[in-house]
Design a protein around this ligand. Structure first.
Ligand code: ADP
Ligand code: MG
Length: 257
C-alpha cells in the first residue's frame, strides 16, 4: 500500500524578474490501486506538475510538499525518486547515443531495484512484455529514442513501466500521437499494470479518448495551475461533451477579480 500526497504545491519557472508561477496550490492524493485522471486545457500546467514530481531542474518548488509513503520526495534526487517507486514516463525523453533499449532497460531496472535482475528471467520478462505491446523484438537493439516515432516512444515508456513495476506511475499525454490501434495496445499495457495490483496511476491527458480504454476512478479538472473540480468517471463524460470552456472562463474571472 503506497500513498503519493501532494499538498498546496506551488511551482515557478524562470529566474528572478522572469519567474512565473505555473502551479498555484495543487492538492492531490493518489493511493495504490487507484487511477486518477488529470484533465485540462493546453498550458494549464499539467506537464509542469509531472516534471515537478519528477525533479526536473527547470522547475522551482516555491511552496508545498510532495511525499511518497511519508518520505519527502522533493528532497530526493531523480534517481532516489525512481528507487522509491515513482515512475515518470517522460523521465528520460532524450536520445541516448550508443545505448540500446535492451541495455537501457536493464540498467534502469538495476538502478531501481538496487541489484541486477537475474539474466534468464529478465530476458524472458522483456520478451513477454514486448510481445504484449506488439513490439518487434528488433526494437530492443535500437538506440534509445534514436529515430523513434511517436508511437514507439510511447510503447517504450509503457515497456519501462511494465518492467520497473513502480508503486506510483505518472503518465503524461500517453495518448498523444497514437493511432487507434496503438492507443488500444498501450492502454492494455497500462491496464495490465493496474491488474497486477498495488500501483497508483496518475494519467495526465488533454483528450478524453484514452479514458475509453483506461477507466479512471477519479477525474480532476486542472485549469490555470490548480484543480478546479473533482469527480468520478462521469466528469470525463461531461468534459467530452462540453470541453473546458466553462472552467477556463471561471478561472479568468477569479484571476482578474
Ligand atoms: N520550462 C519552461 N519555461 C517557461 N515556461 C514554461 C516552461 N514549462 C512550462 N512553461 C509554461 O507553463 C505553462 C504550463 O505549461 P505545461 O505545464 O506544459 O502545460 P500543459 O501540460 O497543461 O499543456 C505554459 O504557459 C508554459 O508556457
Ligand atoms: Mg503537457
Amino acid at each position: 500500500m503506497s500513498v503519493l500526497e501532494i499538498r498546496d504545491l506551488h511551482v515557478s519557472v524562470g529566474e528572478g524578474d522572469d519567474a512565473k508561477e505555473i502551479l498555484r496550490g495543487v492538492d492531490l492524493t493518489v493511493r495504490s490501486g487507484e487511477t486518477h485522471a488529470i484533465m485540462g486545457p493546453n498550458g494549464s500546467g499539467k506537464s509542469t506538475l509531472a516534471y515537478s514530481i519528477a525533479g526536473h531542474p527547470k522547475y522551482t518548488i516555491t511552496g508545498g510538499t510532495v511525499t511518497l509513503d511519508g518520505e519527502d520526495v522533493l528532497a530526493m534526487s531523480v534517481d532516489e525518486r525512481a528507487r522509491a517507486g515513482l515512475f515518470l514516463a517522460m523521465q528520460y525523453p532524450v536520445e541516448v547515443p550508443g545505448v540500446s533499449v535492451s541495455n537501457f532497460l536493464r540498467t534502469a531496472a538495476t538502478a531501481v531495484k538496487g541489484e541486477a535482475p537475474k539474466l534468464r528471467s529478465w530476458v524472458k520478462d522483456v520478451k513477454t512484455e514486448m510481445a504484449g505491446l506488439e513490439m518487434d523484438p528488433a526494437f530492443a537493439e535500437r538506440n534509445v529514442n534514436e529515430g523513434f516515432s511517436g508511437g514507439e516512444k510511447k510503447r517504450h515508456e509503457i515497456l519501462q513501466m511494465r518492467l520497473l513495476k513502480p508503486r506510483v506511475a505518472i503518465l503524461d499525454e500517453t495518448d498523444s500521437g497514437l493511432d487507434v490501434d496503438a492507443l488500444r495496445i498501450v492502454s492494455e499495457g497500462v491496464n495490465r499494470t493496474r491488474a497486477d495490483g498495488d500501483v497508483g496511476v496518475l494519467l495526465i491527458t488533454h483528450y478524453t479518448r484514452i479514458l475509453r480504454y483506461i477507466k479512471p476512478d477519479f477525474v480532476h479538472v486542472f485549469v490555470n495551475g490548480r484543480i478546479v473540480e473533482e469527480g468520478g468517471p462521469e466528469l470525463a463524460e461531461k468534459l467530452e461533451n462540453e470541453g473546458y470552456a466553462s472552467y477556463v472562463k471561471g478561472s479568468t474571472e477569479v484571476a482578474s477579480a
